[in-house]
Design a protein around this ligand. Sequence first.
Ligand code: COS
Length: 382
Amino acid sequence: MNLDLTEDQIQIRAAVRDLCRSEFAAQAAQWDRDDAIPPAAIQKLAEMGLLGMNIPEEHGGLGYDARTVVTVIEEIARVSAALAIMVAVHNSVGAYPIYRYGNDEQRKKYLPKLTSSHVGAFSLSEPGCGSDAAALTTTARRDGDRYVLNGEKNWVTNGRHTWTFLVLARTGEPGPKGISAFIIENDQPGLTIGKSEDKMGLRGSDTVTLAFDNARVPVAQRLGADGEGFKIALSMLDSGRIGVAAQALGVMTAAFHEATRYAQQRQAFGGPIAKIQAVQFKLAEMERRIQASRLLIRKAAWLKDSGQDFIRAASMAKLYTTEAATWVTHQAIQVHGGYGYVKDYVVERYYRDVRVMEIYEGTSEIQRLVIARSMLKDGVKA
Ligand code: COS
């Protein structure tokens, strides 16, 4: 297993880093205050092809492998976690499923725009079910050449910027086998896109509710076979979870750099606080967790790229990295003392931004469940 970046990946990382530093770094705090990211920022990413990162070139994408995708997401998250989640969701669970499970017509209709200019979203959760995804109650009743959708969805990232929603709805029996996936456009009659949630962090990335009231969707908009929706959703989330881990890694790396810089400047007890062992131990612990996170992420991405089962590895990367990010950003504030608690210092935003990463795309508890089930099924190898 080779976990080093290739020359190409190092160049891509440098190009994305340049873009983020020159175009986004100075604005990220304002996006957080305004709770809005301007479409121009998405456009800049689109110009670099980053809306089609994991889609093959013949369908308009860049054809990046998973290791390259996580490297890009980490870089964006070092500057703005809100922008990173928009891109990560669009790529992993918005556009890619249409390539992976779509028929020729669907690929031709959606991929050219989704890889170049338009944003996609994913809608599984509902007010009454999140972790227990197979319990969803939004219905899609077949009526001739249409499905009629009724129900409510929530926690939909990118909702107000989105062209296509990948919506999971019940077409059959209770449980996972009665769920199908649909591509639904933002101007679908019977669909109401709700207000943006007023979130603790990731401000600027919009999160909305959806309401379906007799939305009549052509059968041609169903993605995959009838009843295949749950497997489509979970398999896409497996990749998405490596992306969330990469976001968490980006934010905690930025928090670590801020804490280190501050510790070397801040004077107390006759010198910089970086000379105090209590502070050094915090910095050492941060670095340890960052390096361990990076290895877990690269391993999960490598397993995916080499065509192996990566479900358990993706859950481990997400679980470890997001919990590490919560710890690292917490400690970065601690190193800053009172200054870390005010908005003049960026670590305050980092702390708010990472908190949700232990929740979305599967809580830490769900990751533990996935890991345990997989170990008990396959056995634990030495
Ligand atoms: N990829 C593909 N298929 C999968 C899968 C995966 N990662 N995990 C499970 N499946 C399949 C199973 O193989 C099973 O099919 P078969 O009976 O044909 O074998 C089916 O899906 C049902 O699996 P299972 O019995 O494990 O389903 P559960 O209801 O117990 O749910 C969990 C499994 C809890 C893991 C799932 O509901 C989950 O991940 N929940 C969190 C959802 C989430 O991340 N929400 C956030 C969305 S972002 S807003």
